[in-house]
Design a protein around this ligand. Sequence first.
Ligand code: CTP
Length: 396
Amino acid sequence: MSQRNIVLGVTGSIAAYKAADLASRLTQSDFSVYTVMTQSATKLVSPATFRALTGHPVAVEMFELSNPYSIEHVSLADLADVLVIAPATANTMAKLAHGIADDLLSCTALATRAPLVVAPAMHTGMWEHPATQDNAATLRRRGVRLVGPAVGRLASGGRGAGRMAPLEDIVDAVTATLGRDGGLAGRRVLVTAGGTREFIDPVRFLGNPSSGKMGYALAAAARDRGAEVTLISGPTALRRPAGIRVVEVVAADEMLGAVERELPGHDVLLMAAAVADFAAAKPATRKAKKEGAALQLELRRTKDILEAVRDVEVKVKVGFAAETDDLEKNARAKLAKKGLDFVVANPVGGTNSAFGSDENQAVFVDAEGTTPVPRLPKRALADLILDRVVGRLENA
Ligand code: CTP
């Protein structure tokens, strides 16, 4: 993502202070961030803050002789790979919707052909006003990506819709927008993530330590390459990624049902979930009491999801194999048995475990051979997996 240029428009909403953190996060994600502020935004946060956080000059005035750009709105418009306006006031949204260009930011927005991401932030009454709603609809119709606003406590004291969307959602929208012409553009990708829970009575379940991080990283990485992503997720503590359709399930049987229902029409299946192989044969309808010195549980085998959807037409199917022993051998057996294009095999158990970690060590196993991958952050591993998926799609 390095060398991608983001022009960040900051307008005079009280949420302008959050834009400083946004500028910092985008800069840390290796984007070059050029800030344009409206006059009213400069009353809330100093341009010097953005200058320091981004390492680039901050533009406010249209015709400032000391600035480094020649005709500033044109050069910023050309420079932008994406224009993000966060926070966007009702006033700025109105200008965007109607093509009004009376300051540097609105001139830049009119002149640029870069995609636009807009994060509205305003008083609930202003957001809900038909004028603003019409403007929002106009912008959406033109392909502008609106993020939020969120519902919550507002600076005015009340509660309602109008808070700027969480920064993570805005960053997600930016990366997804930049990736919309990527290697998975026009493709549909289904990802499963997290562990399943098999209840033995209403308050206890059999589970596993899967955090869902690998599957969520895959879903975000696929979205950022332009894919339309469906994420079938077991219970996790993770934030729902923006721009991804999430189907929540709890038990293995439910995950099976969701995959069977959702999979047709997808090009790729990435089966990262840690699905329980056994469930209680007769789950108790009431909480089991601790009578006796021991408890006997009868378990039944759950259905294997990958085997159940073996005949569904999907261009690329990827399975995971979590193994404590004989990693490659076991992964190779799963490749054949489950009809997969390749298997991502992870060592689990002991100090090396991928469960819950932000990193993962893997071995790719396919018909051609075995490729070890060094220990990497899960997002980086997700990108390597998708490189392979894209390669296979191109040859399919
Ligand atoms: N899997 C599945 N349905 C299940 C269990 C697992 O589709 N009921 C998928 C997992 O999502 C993973 C792959 O199969 O992509 C391998 O999972 P793993 O737990 O390593 O293997 P199992 O097939 O369960 O075999 P074993 O427990 O014997 O190692």
